[in-house]
Write a protein that binds this ligand. Structure first.
Ligand code: ZN
Length: 436
């Protein structure tokens, strides 16, 4: 097995409370030793097969964890494959991604779950499948959660669609909690969003597009919280995906005050962009939930800064050029995000809004890993997985969509200035990405 020494860098490991100059020794896919600069003991006797990475001036952190990505395999390899999606993840500093089940066919079985994790898929970083909550994600009959979990699923969801029916959502929450799985809800009351393609409001009106009211999201979050309250079971964990409205965040905030296990994630596009970005029918500004009003965007920032948000997740959703280059109403929802999440978070949350670097990194690694119970991830203590990102926190650079590792280029951040350049991403002790 391989052995790696990362020398001369500054380690930030929020979960372990470490923020200082450290050398790290990685062996057999795990963290073997952490020591003050020049003080590693085991690495000295390890022989010439040890590769040394010079991280002088660089930050070393636990590999990033994205709990919301669409890898498109099986079934839509023309948009993305597990190999290309995880290559993009590695380039963005991610060492673990949770893959949503809205593939073709839907991942509602142990067979597909295992297929996604097979070595033949050529993943650069660890893939954690999320199973469909209901058969075919149709919202009618719940799946066998114990079987999904033993095949490797780390949560259940019907993402892309909500679990609309009260009784089915109640059953999902209850059954998932019995086997220790979280339920991730795509909170959208689709009875209010039929035929809609952007946020409801003046801009949608001006563009002649049908709008999605914010109540479609917040109403569903409130309904779900009511179900969690009624179940009175501390094992029940509801996680709200891609939160986009001030009202939904307010509901999560209130639920937490009441002691409920309700968590939420926010995507970079929802804390950076507003519906104005749709401009003249820009389909790379079309996603679900849609870009909202400035007041919602500001609520995302506030909730990230004050700790109500548990994770930054990209909702990486690749689509082919021919699919996005159509009338706005007909374009599919979603944008790519794996290669821009860190650069945007450091540029805005850290530099612009003064969030401490450790807290930003925690939202991108320790907290999402804990949220899905990914043991040994999101931290760099001895014995944990050798999942590491090494980056230059000071470097500013321009993201170019044409340089992406993803198969798709549907990003609104083409040409944006990023901060923090990834130098190495190490997945279970292997170098998964190196900046040349
Ligand atoms: Zn969704």
């Amino acid at each position: 097995m391989t052995a790696l020494v990362i020398r001369g860098g500054h380690l930030i490991d929020p979960a372990a409370g470490v923020d200082g100059p450290k050398d790290i020794f990685l062996k057999d896919g795990r963290v073997a030793e952490i020591a003050a600069p020049g003080k590693l003991k085991q690495a000295n006797g390890a022989g010439p097969e040890v590769q040394v990475l010079d991280a002088t001036g660089l930050t070393i952190a636990p590999g990033l964890v994205d709990i919301h990505v669409h890898l498109r395999e099986p079934g839509q390899g023309y948009k993305e494959t597990i190999a290309t999606g995880t290559a993009a993840a590695a380039a963005g500093g991610f060492t673990a991604v949770a893959a949503m089940p809205n593939t073709k066919p839907v991942n509602d079985s142990p067979e597909i779950t295992r297929w996604m994790q097979a070595p033949e898929r050529g993943a650069s970083v660890r893939v954690f499948p999320i199973g469909a909550a209901t058969r075919g994600s149709k919202g009618e009959a719940i799946n066998d959660f114990a079987a999904l979990k033993s095949a490797g699923c780390v949560a259940v969801t019907d993402d892309g669609y909500p679990i609309l029916k009260d009784n089915i959502m109640r059953e999902t929450l209850s059954a998932a909690s019995r086997v220790g799985l979280s339920v991730i809800q795509h909170a959208e009351d689709t009875r209010l969003t039929q035929g809609a393609s952007m946020n409801a409001g003046a801009i949608a009106f001006k563009l002649g597009l049908r709008g999605m009211p914010r109540e479609a999201e917040s109403g569903m979050v409130e309904r779900d919280i009511r179900l969690v309250t009624e179940l009175r079971d501390p094992r029940v964990h509801l996680h709200v995906a891609h939160t986009s409205t001030a009202a939904a965040l307010a509901a999560v905030r209130q639920a937490r005050r009441s002691g409920l296990r309700v968590t939420c994630e926010v995507a970079p596009h929802h804390f950076l962009l507003t519906e104005e970005y749709v401009g003249q029918y820009n389909t790379n500004a079309k996603m679900n939930p849609p870009l909202r009003a400035a007041v919602d965007r500001d609520a995302m920032i506030e909730a990230i800064l004050d700790g109500v948000v548990d994770a930054i997740a990209t909702d990486h959703a690749p689509h082919a050029i021919h699919e996005k280059e159509v009338e706005f109403e007909h374009a599919p929802n979603g944008i790519t995000g794996l290669e821009t999440a860190l650069g945007l978070s450091l540029r805005w949350l850290h530099k612009e809004w003064k969030m401490p670097l450790g807290r930003v990194l925690s939202l991108l690694s320790a907290q999402p890993a804990a949220l899905l119970g990914l043991k040994g991830r999101g931290t760099l203590t001895v014995g944990s997985f050798a999942d590491v990102v090494v980056f230059d926190p000071k470097t500013e650079w321009i993201f170019r969509a044409r340089d992406t590792r993803s198969k798709s280029r549907n990003t609104p951040f083409d040409g944006w200035t990023m901060q923090g350049k990834v130098k190495w991403t190490i997945s279970e002790g292997r170098i998964a990405f190196e900046d040349a």
